[in-house]
Design a protein around this ligand. Structure first.
Ligand SMILES: [Zn+2]
Length: 335
């Protein structure tokens, strides 16, 4: 069984690489005129009031009888203050995308670029960076996975511990990054070749910092950790549920896996930044781990949130990241 980047025409998404080849076949096109989220408002008026009331009673009875898979879990929420900070943090990330010479190129811009030969200087530099950072990223990713499992209350489950152990073994078996011109702005993993991460040359060249590269490598490693049997599914689903609650977006199924991979990527990059202090602004370095999502053309699909919704969900899940992105800016305002 393969894990691969989804390539469904114009909705292909560079970083949020999909899981399986079959998704490629299933990848349909979105109707941009149709709202994807939420429901139509119920309009109550005049003589239809009684009828509507009867329908509402019927619906509420029907809904009450329908078993809900989420009924027992507590629902996460976000305060208006936290929401305002989150928007401010998004501003920092995408402003840095324009100011930072090492910023990651936005996905939509990468998609518009011509293919890049493997031997081009930019692709070679990117491939060397990816290969050099792979061993470190494996350690950072494993630590992030364990941290996430603890945060979501899975560390006490012996069954889940066993799954984590096997996931770590799969991550440790990854040996190589393979640059590929045809993969363009995608990175992907084929479970038939679990020791290799295939990386499009445009993507290799577009991630111009160690922070950006670590984030994407850790994302792909999380797909490998989850493996062919979705062995980390309970954790992945918990992350998706929380992201849905916090954003109001529909983040279930494959979308929850993609956001969990992105979250692990951001956590790994943040751990790297903490362990390698330097002269650069912390916010600038943190921004690199997610700013490939600062697109102009913001489109998602069935399996992936749109890039800008991805940033929003990631920051909602990671308030420390929000705080650090904003605090750094506050400090810089001081004389
Ligand atoms: Zn992915």
């Amino acid at each position: 069984m393969n894990i691969s980047c989804k390539e469904s025409g114009q909705y292909r998404n560079a970083v949020a690489s999909g899981r399986r080849m079959r998704l490629r076949l299933l990848g349909g096109q979105l109707d941009p005129t149709r709202p994807r989220y939420g429901t139509d408002p119920i309009v109550v008026c005049g003589r239809n009031l009684l009828l509507v009331a009867l329908i509402l009673v019927f619906l509420s009875t029907a809904l009450a009888q329908k078993p809900s898979s989420h009924s027992s879990r507590p629902h996460a929420s976000i305060s208006p203050e936290a929401k305002a900070l989150l928007e401010e943090a998004i501003g920092v990330v995408c402003t840095q995308a324009k100011l930072d010479p090492k910023s990651s190129i936005a996905i939509d811009e990468m998609q518009a670029r011509p293919s890049l030969p493997v031997q081009s200087p930019e692709a070679r530099a990117g491939a060397e960076r990816a290969q050099r950072l792979l061993p470190l990223t494996k350690s950072l990713m494993i630590a992030s996975l364990q941290e996430l499992a603890t945060e979501y209350g899975f560390r006490k489950s012996p069954n889940f511990q066993q799954r984590i152990k096997q996931a770590i073994a799969r991550v440790n078996s990854v040996k190589r990054v393979r640059p590929d011109m045809d993969s363009r702005d995608n990175a992907s993993v084929y479970l038939s070749r679990p020791h290799v991460i295939t990386f499009g040359t445009i993507f290799l060249a577009g991630l111009r910092s160690d922070e950006g590269m670590i984030s994407v490598l850790a994302h792909e490693l999380m797909h490998i950790a989850d493996g062919d049997n979705d062995s980390l599914r309970p954790l992945v689903a918990a992350v998706g549920n929380k992201a849905s609650d916090l954003t109001g977006l529909d983040i279930h199924g494959q979308r929850s896996e993609e956001i969990a991979c992105d979250l692990i990527g951001a956590m790994a990059a943040r751990a790297y930044i903490t362990s390698t202090p330097g002269y650069e602004s912390i916010a600038r370095r943190l921004a690199r781990s997610i700013q490939h999502n600062c697109v102009e053309l913001d489109e998602g699909d069935e399996d992936h949130l749109s890039p800008r919704s991805t940033i929003r969900a990631l920051l909602a899940l990671n308030p420390e990241l929000v705080r650090e992105l904003i605090n750094d800016r506050e400090e810089r305002k001081l004389p």
